[in-house]
Design a protein around this ligand. Structure first.
Ligand SMILES: Nc1ncnc2c1ncn2[C@@H]1O[C@H](COP(=O)(O)OP(=O)(O)OP(=O)(O)O)[C@@H](O)[C@H]1O
Length: 773
């Protein structure tokens, strides 16, 4: 999208003054202020340009700025800059009820606790460290945190050229939290600097390995530097453990991946060494300040190849790459791992001039993870953590962007992007920059139809893309079928092929047999990515004993009171509200358990003063809706079990805040959107034992079904025109199982609701927004 930058403030919040009110509040006309500002600018000018003298006519006036003034001016400038930034860029705000003492419901307004502005984390990792446009392979660094306020650790934030490399993010996310807790980003950066400045040993011997002399550099990643090591003593072979030349990968012991000992990649190599398509690791060990891997030396990467071939590779070449890459991934997956960072830079050819120069290898296991549990052998559990991203933005699967647990489908989706990039020379989401780059790229991936994405590619590539993006989380890829898609693009003469496809050839016969059995018998799956966004009503129905429920839709502001009053006369309370095209939908129930209710229609999202007043009177927010025209409807009730409440308004889905509040015992109890803004209400004592989020650019059918299977039920929904969010909760008391159904309809589901009522299914949540793409 080029969409506006996230603005997370409501304009009326007293702690988020508008620029106008700020300017109004400054007595700029007072001469003393003018003098001060002039003095300050002058100091800044001298400090900035390092000027220490000025000419007045023919006199040269020497300027002396005392150190104290310099510090004062710089500090004041920083504070002012931060202040202005907050006004222009904003951050989410949270309003929270005061803590309760001794379990007594205290209604006094003690204070308006405005917590430290929470870090707003876009649903997907924003523009982090797009690769340098430099031509060297593997240059640049990784960033580890995708938070808006998070600093990329190390260097490498910069613009992205069309030919630029894309750098991986999130390697060792697992240790990230601990790292961040222990060390500030600055310390980490300093540690890294130290790592990069420590001299590399000139002679290397790991255990009983030959002695190597450090030779030319092969590449550098965010974590390691790779050099050629030339054998000096201790062997006679041309290849293998005592090869004349090896690749030496150095990682400094203070580097970000080594805080707890050897790099994580070592563990993965311990299990995967010898796997088809991976370079052999012969020795690993520590020497001086460095962890060192001794492995087979390889040749150029596919990115190098693409770059030196006018940034376009032939169909046959890419088809061979496809076939061999699928075989390599199949072998890796067979060993229970997913790679997690499939991209052109991580596929290397064998050493030029050797018999392996046309052989493909996959390197960099730093983001590899298990899809299959090592002890039980079962598939790892599905989960979604929208603020966790691992991989490289350009090639990451949409599921990886959305923070879903990595599985085999993700490697294949990244491979599809890799192949299309090598063929077309460009992907439609290149060129995004800025803090919410990850979100924009993910949105573009979701809204680009397979036809658009593959418009310049031969049909097998589109078929491959469609097959892999339609896979379920735990689906076993049909590698043979995927390989066979490219059969027609590869010539029969093996010696003429630009890339060796030994892996695929080995399973070729088996493949033919499988394919014969598959012949058209498998029904085609419904395509999930159509590229056409749609907004719909999403309604959720819960089974419950018979009760009176009433709905109103297309209600304009002036008719709202009339409907609500009528419902109240009949003993009904508002149970949920929603808005579509600036008209309200109101659901009123006889079974809410509320004892009293108030509501307010206001022009602000959300009206803090009114909410605080009602909190004082022991009312709690029970439903909330925002309309596109800026107004919001907040319903607050008595008779709820909640003991404390907190809400947040944010321009991006505030998963990080939700996560933080979960840890404090709060659960999401209502949620809405207004335009692109999200409003989330969380309460203590909500009766849930656990809660999860499903956030997607379409209706996350698979995720919801998986959660349902695990005992979760949808308890809040909201959607913008881009994304739909579902909160699913596990009840504390697992007494009666609630059956739940969802419905998506273009018009308000008036007739459907009646059908549901006849089956004792009642509307539990409703919203209008993004459903399919
Ligand atoms: N065995 C090898 N033979 C030749 N070159 C290699 C070899 N291993 C790595 N390289 C080169 O070194 C670069 C960095 O290696 P690698 O990707 O393993 O490091 P990293 O720090 O994990 O990088 P990244 O940040 O991309 O994950 C690679 O891009 C590649 O060009």
């Amino acid at each position: 999208m080029p969409m506006p930058m996230p603005l997370a403030y409501t304009s009326t919040h007293p702690k988020s003054p508008t620029v106008n009110s700020l300017i109004d509040s400054l007595p700029l006309t007072t001469p003393i202020y003018l003098n001060f500002i002039a003095f300050w600018f002058l100091c800044l000018h001298f400090l900035f340009f390092q000027k220490r003298s000025i000419w007045i006519g023919c006199f040269r006036l020497k300027i002396f700025i005392p150190r104290e003034v310099e510090v004062l001016v710089v500090t004041f400038s920083k504070v002012l800059w931060g202040w202005l930034r907050k006004i222009y860029i904003g951050f989410g705000h949270e309003n929270r009820m005061p803590d309760l003492r001794s379990g007594v419901r205290r209604s006094k307004r003690v204070n308006n606790v405005q917590e430290n502005p929470a870090v707003i984390v876009p649903p997907t990792r924003p523009g982090v460290a797009k690769g340098p446009t430099g031509r060297g392979r593997g240059r640049g660094t990784r960033a580890m945190n995708q938070g808006k306020n998070a600093k990329p650790i190390g260097a490498g934030v910069g613009g992205q050229g069309h030919t630029g490399l894309d750098l991986p993010i999130g390697k060792l996310v697992a240790v990230r939290d601990e790292l961040v807790a222990q060390k500030s980003a600055e310390k980490l950066a300093a540690a890294e600097d130290e790592g990069s400045t420590s001299p590399l040993p000139e002679r290397i011997q790991i255990g009983n390995s030959p002695v190597y002399k450090l030779e030319r550099k092969l590449g550098k990643g965010g974590f390691g530097q790779v050099y050629v090591g030339r054998r000096l003593t201790g062997g006679s072979g041309c290849s293998g453990p005592d090869a004349f030349e090896v690749a030496l990968k150095f990682e400094h012991r203070n580097s970000k991946g080594c805080s707890y000992g050897p790099p994580y990649e070592w563990q993965v190599y311990s299990t995967l060494n010898g796997c088809y398509g991976l370079p052999f690791v012969h020795y690993k060990g520590q020497q001086g300040d460095y962890y060192i891997l001794v492995m087979d030396v390889l040749g150029p990467s596919l990115w190098d190849l693409w770059n030196t071939s006018n940034q376009m590779l032939s169909e046959e070449m890419v088809a061979c790459i496809a076939v061999e890459a699928i075989s390599i991934l199949e072998q890796l997956h067979c060993r229970g791992f997913v790679h997690g960072d499939v991209k052109p830079e991580n596929f290397l050819l064998g050493r030029p001039g050797t018999s392996n120069e046309k052989k493909l290898y996959l390197i960099d296991l730093g983001l590899a993870s298990r899809w299959k549990d090592a002890s039980s052998g079962s598939h790892v559990d599905y989960d979604q953590k929208p603020d966790v991203f691992r991989g490289t933005v350009r090639y990451a699967s949409v599921h990886a962007h959305l923070g879903r647990t990595g599985s085999r489908r993700d490697d294949l989706e990244s491979l599809a992007y890799t192949l299309i990039f090598l063929l077309r020379g460009k992907l439609p989401w290149q060129g995004y920059i800025g803090e919410n780059k990850g979100f924009l790229v993910c949105k573009k991936k979701m809204t680009t139809s397979p036809e658009m994405l593959c418009c310049l590619c031969p049909p097998p590539f589109q078929q491959f893309f469609e097959m892999v993006t339609n896979m379920r989380f735990d689906e076993e890829p049909n590698y043979s079928k995927l390989i066979s898609l490219f059969d027609g693009s590869i010539g029969p003469n093996a010696s003429l092929r630009p890339i060796r496809i030994d892996g695929a050839a080995k399973v070729g016969q088996k493949r033919e047999r499988i394919l014969a059995n598959l012949e058209d018998g498998v029904p085609l799956k419904k395509k999930v990515r159509l590229g056409t966004p749609a907004t719909q009503w999403i309604s959720v129905y819960n089974s419950r004993s018979s009760m009176k429920q009433r709905y109103h839709y297309n209600v304009n502001d002036s008719r709202l009171h009339q409907h609500v009053d009528k419902g109240r006369e009949d003993g009904l309370y508002i149970s949920c509200v929603a808005s579509s095209v600036n008209m309200w939908a109101i659901i009123m129930d006889a079974g809410t358990g509320f004892s009293s209710q108030v509501y307010e229609l206001s022009n602000s999202f959300l009206h803090k003063e009114w909410i605080m007043e009602q909190w004082d009177k022991n009312y709690y927010i029970t439903s909330v809706a925002g309309a596109c025209n800026g107004s919001a409807l907040v319903v607050m009730s008595k008779g709820v079990p909640y003991t404390q409440q907190s809400y947040k308004v944010s321009d991006v889905f505030p998963f990080k805040w939700i996560n933080k509040k979960w840890k404090e015992g709060f659960f999401v109890t209502s949620m809405t959107t207004q335009g692109t803004k999200w409003g989330i209400v969380m309460s203590r004592n909500a009766g849930y034992s656990n809660q999860v989020v499903e956030l997607d650019f379409l209706y996350p059918s698979e995720g919801i079904h998986r959660r349902w299977e695990n005992g979760y039920r949808i308890t809040s929904i909201a959607a913008t025109a881009d994304q739909a969010a579902f909160i699913l909760s596990a009840p504390k008391r697992k007494s009666t199982d609630v059956a739940q159904e969802t419905l998506r309809t273009s018009a308000f589901p008036a007739s459907h609701v009646k059908e549901k009522w006849s089956k004792n299914l009642y509307i539990a949540s409703i919203c209008y927004g993004r459903t399919v793409s």
